[in-house]
Design a protein around this ligand. Structure first.
Ligand code: GDG
Length: 737
């Protein structure tokens, strides 16, 4: 039976070693809870670092740790202190974290930590390979492990791999500054499904893939060699029930059951019932905007002095990555700011900011959520921000106001909160005022919508959606494979070929027999191709045709000396048995004078694009343009041309990074049928990669063998992956019986 393997930097288990006694307690974090439905029973395994370096594990205790972890369905990856330094504190948190959160100036590009990151990712991949069977499903989490998917894929080409990024994926302009940007993308592309919190991160990622790797992306599918990788957004939810029920229970607490913190909060409320508690909770991280928030609070108090002694800001800053210098500096800055603001505004009966630099137990978190009138979360950048969702879930009477930064991923789903730009103090100050004075009915109206949404799309749903999508991807893959030319199928085609009396073969050239080049003139045939085509052309009772959109001059130069049969310019010209080209279709070219200036204006405005002028058609190539821009211009050109050619008998072909305008009565299908009708063929074969080849696949008789190169939607009967596979396939026709 197949199992699910989850991989994250840290295991969802806390290890404690006391006097060589090990205790392993499951952690209660969002991810651990979300994965409950996935990581349950005996058919799943979680692989990660235990949190203890090799140096911290007492001699001989490693096997006992393994045993303790195994009880929680977990298995550890052992890391030395040096590895944790380079991989976690180094590359993950001093390069990727700041870069992905747009703190470019904090990003350090150190070759040593990149090398350690690679070797530690390999360790994680090896740990997976050690445990995984071919039918297992692998789910890799987060930015610490971006190379793992490809490392696993190399060894297990058919295994199902999903990857989810919990932090933002930055725009291409930021991402491109990373020296190892291609390696990182290639690492991720080992997965079958790559998930992000929001559509913005998804499109940034796709844009980087297109621009940096020049891969073909259609909608949210990336085409890479013989695989299709799906990219999608799955906004992570929370364990809604856990928070709402904890809050309900909290409200039922008798005085003696209340925590010390709650009692103090209550006392303050009793003394000043109209005063508002404003809550700020984050890990102490520069991306969370805590320092800015404090300054904005100072701004608010100066602007609205009537709220002095009427509002109190509770800041819970949870220690995080304290051995990274930026975090130490930030801690100092926040300490000083709190000191300064409190010094400036405090009165004998009022301290404006209560500041906690620690982590609190869950019940205290609930105390804070339920006692605060306002949650004020203003990250500069945040992948999602679960605190915002948790606050709303604990508001059992539906009161409370959430002020949320529009830079947090969660802002996309929390439109009913007060969304602010964390850099705009004026706006923040207005939002605080609005929150303080918001009528309870309005609060309830906003929160009931939010609660419904959060309850429905909870963390379990999130995990299941991701897993279902991953499995769906696998299913599509196997469906695709069902039409892929396996050895058996190829054998059958070859048998049919041999058994036939008269055989007709149509071979497209670019993208089928030869790869694309930036300059089409450079895509000339290599020696091996000539050898192969010579053999094929010499086969008995076989008429081989090269069929292409290329001009007759180029093909005459390349192939006429070899006397191959050729159809060019999509079917305008034909050459048989080494004779000169003759016209197959009677076509006009007077329309060119009208269209050429239009294409020229597009070339002027689209750097990298150019016109190929053929005898009876015009092609606008945009392979070398910026991929997004090129596509945008192609759409624009399509619109312009459609209205321009409405009354001419012309059609526009959208090929592979090329748009071609030609007479409507010319296409490869029509040309192929003309040749087909010349003799009594009983075997017909056509292969091509492009849109223009679809005409052949459509027009040829049903019993013809039609093969599409690549993965795009097709009318062909079979798929084959890439040029080398095409060559292998047609080589088979030339084998001796
Ligand atoms: C990363 C991304 C993305 C906080 N303080 C205490 C405490 N917490 C819990 C909260 C919440 C979690 O920690 C924090 O989650 P966030 O989502 O707000 O932020 P990150 O830690 O930065 O997480 C983030 C997330 O991954 C998931 O994909 O949303 O954008 O940066 O659950 O409740 N829990 C306890 N005591 C505390 O003092 N018990």
């Amino acid at each position: 039976m197949s199992k699910t393997i989850i991989i994250s930097n840290r295991l969802p288990v806390q290890l404690k070693i006391d006097d060589r006694q090990i205790t392993a307690t499951p952690s209660v974090g969002g991810l651990a809870t979300g994965m409950k439905s996935v990581h349950a029973g005996g058919d799943s395994l979680w692989i990660g670092w235990s949190g203890l370096t090799d140096e911290e594990i007492p001699d001989g205790l490693s096997p006992a740790i393994d045993e303790a972890l195994a009880k929680h369905g977990s298995s550890k990856v052992s890391l030395t202190e040096e590895e944790v330094d380079g991989f976690y504190y180094g590359f993950s948190n001093r390069t990727i974290w700041p870069l992905y959160h747009y703190f470019l100036e904090y990003s350090e590009f150190e070759l040593d930590s990149w090398n350690i990151y690679k070797s530690v990712n390999q360790k994680f991949a090896d740990a997976i390979l050690d445990k995984a069977g071919d039918d297992d499903i692998i789910w890799v989490h987060d930015y610490q492990l971006m190379l793992v998917p490809q490392m696993v894929r190399e060894q297990r080409p058919n295994i199902s791999i999903g990857f989810f990024l919990h932090i933002p994926f930055p725009s291409y302009e930021i991402f491109r500054t990373l020296p190892w940007r291609k390696e990182v993308l290639q690492g991720l592309l080992g997965a079958d499904l790559i998930g992000f919190h929001t559509y913005d991160y998804e499109r940034h990622f796709l844009s980087s893939v297109r621009r940096l790797l020049r891969l073909e992306v259609s909608f949210n599918d990336i085409h890479l060699d013989d695989r299709v990788i799906k990219v999608d957004s799955f906004p992570m939810g929370i364990d809604y029930k856990k928070f709402s029920e904890a809050a309900k229970k909290h409200h039922e607490n008798k005085e003696e059951d209340k925590s010390e913190l709650q009692k103090r909060l209550d006392r303050h409320k009793q003394n000043q019932p109209e005063a508002k508690f404003i809550l700020s909770i984050d890990r102490l991280d520069y991306s969370k905007g805590i320092a800015k928030r404090l300054k904005a609070f100072e701004y608010f108090l100066n602007k609205h002095p009537q709220y002095k002694e009427k509002v109190r800001l509770i800041v819970l800053a949870v220690p995080s990555r304290s051995n990274v210098p930026q975090y130490q500096l930030l801690k100092k800055e926040i300490d000083e700011l709190v000191g300064r603001i409190n010094g400036e505004f405090s009165t004998v009966s009022w301290t404006p900011i209560w500041y906690f630099y620690r982590s609190m137990p869950f019940n205290n978190l609930i105390d804070l959520y339920t006692s605060s009138d306002i949650a004020w979360l203003t990250p500069i950048r945040d992948g999602m921000n679960l605190v915002a969702k948790e606050y709303i879930a604990t508001r059992t009477d539906k009161t409370g106001v959430l002020i949320l930064s529009e830079m947090a991923g969660s802002a996309n789903e929390m439109n009913e909160s007060l969304l602010i730009n964390p850099n705009n103090f004026e706006e923040i100050s207005d939002a605080l005022l609005q929150a303080i004075t918001m009528p309870a009915e309005e609060q309830q109206a906003r929160n009931s919508v939010l609660q419904k949404r959060l309850e429905r799309y909870n963390v379990e749903k999130w995990a299941n959606d991701f897993m279902n999508s991953l499995m769906e991807q696998k299913k599509n893959e196997s469906q695709h494979k069902s039409r892929r030319l396996s050895t058996n199928r190829t054998n059958r085609i070859v048998e049919k070929y041999r058994a036939a009396n008269r055989k007709l073969l149509f071979l497209d050239y670019d993208g089928t027999l030869a790869g694309f080049q930036n300059d089409p003139q450079k895509a000339s045939p290599d020696k091996e191709l000539y050898v192969l085509l010579d053999k094929l052309a010499a086969m008995k009772n076989t008429d081989m045709y090269l069929i292409s959109g290329r001009d007759k001059e180029t093909f005459s130069k390349w192939f006429l000396p070899n006397k191959y049969n050729m159809i060019v310019e999509h079917g305008v010209w034909i050459s048989q048995n080494g004779e000169d080209f003759r016209m197959l279709e009677n076509v006009k070219k007077d329309w060119m004078d009208k269209i050429l200036p239009v294409l020229e204006s597009f070339v002027d405005r689209t750097p990298g694009s150019f016109i190929e002028q053929k005898n009876y058609s015009l092609a606008w190539h945009y392979r070398n343009t910026d991929p997004d821009f090129g596509l945008k211009r192609a759409t624009e050109l399509n619109t312009v041309l459609t209205s321009l050619i409405a009354n001419d008998d012309l059609s526009v072909l959208n090929g592979n990074k090329v748009m071609e305008i030609k007479s409507s009565n010319v296409n490869k299908g029509r040309a192929a049928m003309r040749v087909f009708s010349e003799k009594e063929y009983d075997f017909v074969f056509a292969i091509g990669d492009d849109w223009t080849d679809e005409f052949m696949f459509q027009e040829l008789p049903d019993w013809a063998t039609t093969v599409k190169v690549g993965r795009h939607k097709t009318q062909a009967n079979f798929y084959v992956d890439g040029i080398s596979k095409v060559r292998e396939l047609i080589e088979r026709f030339t084998e001796e019986n």
